[in-house]
Design a protein around this ligand. Sequence first.
Ligand code: NAD
Length: 235
Amino acid sequence: MRPRSIVILTGAGISAESGLPTFRDKDGLWEGHRVEEVATPEAFACAPELVHRFYNLRRAALATVEPNAAHLALARLQRQHPGKVTLITQNVDDLHERAGSAGVIHMHGELGRVRCTRCDHALAWTGDLGTGTVCPNCGKTGYLRPDIVWFGEMPHHMELIAEALRNADVFAAIGTSGHVYPAAGFVGEARLAGAETVEINNAGTAVSERFHRHLTGPATVEVPRWVDGLIAPGT
Ligand code: NAD
């Protein structure tokens, strides 16, 4: 029998115990703004400095946090599972990579990258960004933006993701609320492909009823336990 193909979708909940806040738990506000109002192309057009400040703070916060046991367990699964493990994340942090995961599909972009809206050049970025920042490729000022998929924009790598879901034997959604589409629809696509589906979350979600199984608890506890069961079933 061929080794099973595992597809994993992670959301903000997997990074919460590393110290990166989720958007929807608590009040979901940042300086009195709903996050959905800051993370849009319209907000960037009307108030670019506000949007830059929001992402500058998020980018700086990355330097203060570390991957947790859930990120590390998924990297271990990628190393030890004999079949394919596709790791898709909605997160814009780099904690999967820092835990040792390879080939992470960042469907909502990355805080550590910026893109020029004039020449379309994208590059790694660690410091702050502002309306006065010059694009190192075209030399023009005021066109660099965070390489983040904002509300209303098309997520990245959708064809790659659709193919992985079509071939999935196991699909897991970890720490994601099921409010943001198309990611919230992946469980349905995986089920159509015949995959066994599992939701790992510390609470019920908008799409919980679509999963076969639920592992309820903190990601740092539930994810390593789930990975142990996949790598050494029955132990
Ligand atoms: P969300 O904030 O909508 O939901 C978080 C989910 O994680 C909730 O269902 C919550 O119950 C669960 N959760 C919280 N703490 C948990 C824990 N310790 N263990 C297990 N589950 C836990 O997040 P989302 O569904 O990913 O959607 C939010 C959007 O915001 C995404 O598009 C993402 O790009 C962005 N975002 C990213 C980050 C990041 O990169 N770390 C952080 C916040 C938001």
